[in-house]
Design a protein around this ligand. Structure first.
Ligand code: ATP
Ligand code: MG
Length: 206
């Protein structure tokens, strides 16, 4: 390649970059409200949906932001994340609304009432404007069981405070939630130790 070829390649590259930058600026200008809080959905069968949401929460806390975490399905009674986040009482609100879930007894009425109570808390946090980030952990699962009308969840998101980001986690996210969100990531299971009969590990799974 001659020096002149190199110069031509450089200027073609610079031109391409200028075009990309102009397109990006135009996109931002077109977006109705580029400053508005984002809606993120973490779904799929692979592991990492809730832990990625807790990672986002850690980032927000690192910037001194206020975070709320609403758990729609109660997992193990003690988790590392619960223990860790309890170190930030001034910045973080944690509610577990799923303790009434009765997967064993199939008490559908009670499950629906519990889910509704969870959504009422979520709505208060999402719309109130006092949080920079609200994590609705496993809400996708509760919605996929039809315990909560998806339209009500979308209405709650639509009414979110201007600067509040919301993360929804759980398998089987409803198409309406996927459609509404700004960001959707699907965790794909390639391999999981559970398949090899290895049970859940402290620090990795809870
Ligand atoms: P994590 O909380 O580790 O990010 P997750 O939120 O993606 O996982 P859930 O569907 O909420 O996964 O499942 C909760 C529990 O099930 C966790 O203990 C997790 O390790 C385990 N788990 C997640 N994915 C799988 C899988 N593909 N096979 C078996 N167990 C899994
Ligand atoms: Mg999860």
């Amino acid at each position: 390649m001659t020096a002149r070829d190199g110069d031509a390649a450089d200027s073609a590259h610079a031109e391409r970059m200028r075009r990309l930058q102009a397109e990006q600026r135009a996109k931002v200008a077109r977006a109705a409200n580029p400053e508005r809080g984002l809606v993120l959905v973490h779904t799929g069968n692979g592991k990492g949906k809730s832990s990625a949401a807790f990672g986002v929460a850690a980032r927000a806390l690192g910037w001194g932001q206020r975070v709320a975490i609403v758990q729609f399905i109660k997992g193990k009674w003690q988790t590392g994340e619960r223990r860790f986040f309890s170190r930030f009482p001034e910045q973080l609100e944690w509610r577990t609304t799923g303790q009434g879930f009765t997967w064993d007894t199939q008490n559908r009425e009670l499950d629906i009432a519990t889910a509704r109570a969870g959504l009422a808390i979520a709505r208060e946090f999402v719309t109130g404007g006092q949080f920079d980030l609200v994590v609705l952990d496993e809400i996708n699962v509760v919605a996929s069981y039809d315990y909560l009308p998806v339209a009500e969840i979308v209405a709650c998101l639509e009414a979110r405070a201007a600067r509040t980001h919301v993360v929804l986690t759980g398998r089987g996210a409803a198409p309406e939630l996927v459609e509404y969100a700004d960001l959707v990531s699907e965790m794909v299971e390639i391999k999981h130790p559970f398949q090899a009969g290895i049970k859940a590990q402290r620090g990795i799974d809870f």
